[in-house]
Design a protein. Structure first.
Length: 317
């Protein structure tokens, strides 16, 4: 029997999390899948754990590579993936036993090109479609109906129909925002694409564990998020409702990035980027300041006009 679904799991130094992730995937009620594990040059026992699972289940395939980042790891798995449907799972996350079955069945029943489940994080918060979250409801979105970028955020927690993808690989020059760009590019890359959202919370996300990209302090790679948002805006510019959502999320992302840059004391190393961040925040400040009190408004102004004073005040809080 041909493989129906390819499950791709990049793994880097996740020895404390990987076994529970793999156990949850191998316990799926849907059985016709391959599980591709990519050890991205781990310095702990992650690689050995991958090999051990390969020995116990014929569906597991393992690749080892020198550390090159999550995009390169996913791309290497995509090169050998044989499934007509593809889903990505982070190595520190877990899935409900019906995760694959319900995504696959939903896509078959509706003809959707991409399908997403709702997810829970380690704080019990859910995301994607709040109106459906925790229910058995489903909703099918066309390109013109979709108006929330979070529905196309992480590539995890969703399934892609391989034949519908216009961009099969991730941009390896991006270290932040690469997964959102992948989803957006494929949903808007050709006309008539449809996204199915399942209300059920079938994916559990581990929020900001030590060592993840999102938990790290400022480094130069974080600036690649700016490039990702530039490309996302270009892709969705013909869809006004989505462009509004992209602008809102971009402003919050740039606000966090700008504060991190100032707190690192390295803004003089990246003058062009710092200038662009300030300009974007100034032009779109209504997204940040709506409903905020006087103190928040004063701090925002300080960050744009006297960044070092603002970071000092924040550090004293």
């Amino acid at each position: 029997m041909d493989t129906t679904v390819s499950v791709i799991v990049p793994a880097y130094n996740v020895e404390d999390y990987l076994p529970r992730c793999l156990d949850s995937l191998l316990a799926q009620t849907f059985r016709n899948f391959e599980l591709i594990l990519v050890d991205d040059g781990s310095s702990d026992t992650t690689g050995a754990i991958c090999d051990r699972y390969r020995e116990t289940d014929a569906r597991v395939r393992v690749l080892h590579q020198a550390n090159a980042g999550v995009s390169a790891a996913r791309n290497r798995a995509l090169e050998i993936a044989s499934g007509a449907f593809i889903t990505f799972v982070d190595a520190d996350d877990t899935t409900n036993p019906t995760y694959l079955e319900r995504l696959y069945t939903g896509m078959q029943d509706t003809g959707a090109d991409i399908a997403s489940v709702n997810w829970l994080d380690t704080n019990g918060r859910n995301a994607y479609d709040a109106a459906l979250a925790g229910t058995d409801g489903v909703r099918l979105y066309t390109q013109d109906e979709l108006s929330t970028l979070s529905l196309l955020g992480s590539c995890c927690g969703r399934m892609f129909r391989r034949a519908s993808l216009v961009q099969l690989f991730f941009d390896e020059d991006l270290f932040y925002g690469e997964d959102t760009l992948f989803s957006v590019c494929n949903f808007y890359g050709s006309k008539g694409m449809r996204l199915l959202v399942l209300g059920a919370c079938l994916y559990r996300y581990t929020r900001a564990r030590p060592g993840t990209a999102t938990s790290q302090p400022f480094n130069e790679r974080r600036l690649s998020q700016m490039k990702a948002y530039h490309r996302i805006r270009e892709i969705v510019k013909e869809h006004p409702a989505m462009l509004e959502s992209v602008t809102s999320m971009q402003v919050f992302a740039f606000w966090n990035l700008y504060r991190m840059l100032l707190r690192s004391g390295r803004e003089r190393e990246f003058p062009a980027e710092a200038k662009e961040l300030r300009r974007t925040l100034q032009e779109s400040r209504q997204y940040l300041l709506g409903g905020q009190g006087l103190r928040q408004r004063i701090m925002f102004r300080l960050y744009l006009t006297c960044g070092r004073l603002a970071t000092w005040i924040d550090s004293r809080r």
